[in-house]
Design a protein around this ligand. Structure first.
Ligand SMILES: [Zn+2]
Length: 214
């Protein structure tokens, strides 16, 4: 019979494929973790590609000391995941991605005011942008925790998003809801400011460029 750890490792591989298949991650830009016990998390290895991820390559990390046993190194965002597990006991799975529409908002440094039923259910409300800090630093982790106050997801300024859930299925749903809500919000803004009912990615970038210059 499979142990809980084996089941969690397999679920991370499955959800990695779902993230990749659902267009929520590009190349090597994303990582997943799950809480294993009161001290340890399982996290995808450094530079891993979800389509090539194997259960045995997932790394166990102590989320208090950031120590790990295996020769494989954990994701470079290990500290961000660890800080969320330490601060948020309800978080049992975390996903960090650079999904396309959410990344546009993260790059623009703007909050997502759009609130649907799913946003309320899976993200806890409108998502904030964490103040900018260099990727992988303690400052980035602190800023993310602040933006995550009463929320299950936030934007990392000029970087991407981080979401969590009570389990990996909920974290995946939160990731998808954040991307879909971002797309919906961008579409509404573009339609409002451009007066167009059909919009393209080119329109999105043109509008953000124009507003940045004003
Ligand atoms: Zn990233």
């Amino acid at each position: 019979m499979e142990t809980r750890e084996e089941q969690l490792r397999k679920s991370m591989v499955d959800y990695g494929l779902k993230l990749q298949g659902g267009g929520l991650v590009f190349g090597r830009l994303g990582n997943i973790s799950v809480r294993l016990d009161e001290k340890h998390m399982l996290i995808t290895p450094l530079g891993s590609v979800f389509t090539e991820l194997l259960p045995q390559n997932i790394v166990i990390v102590n989320y208090y000391h950031l120590t790990y046993r295996l020769s494989a190194k954990p994701s470079s965002e290990c500290g961000l995941h660890a800080s969320i597990y330490r601060a948020r006991p309800e978080a049992n799975a975390i996903i960090h991605t650079h999904s396309p529409n959410a990344s546009v908002l993260a790059a623009s440094g703007r909050n997502l005011p759009f609130v649907s039923d799913d946003v309320r259910k899976y993200l806890g409300g409108a998502s904030r942008v964490a103040d900018y800090a260099i990727q992988g630093t303690k400052k980035q982790n602190r800023n993310a925790l602040r933006a995550l106050t009463d929320r299950n997801g936030c934007f990392l300024s000029s970087h991407g998003t981080v979401v969590f859930g009570a389990n990996i299925a909920d974290a995946f749903k939160a990731c998808k809801v954040m991307e879909d809500a971002s797309a919906e919000y961008i579409k509404k803004e573009i339609m409002y400011f451009s007066g167009k009912s059909e919009i393209s990615v080119r329109d999105v970038f043109a509008l953000f460029a124009e507003r940045k210059n004003n």
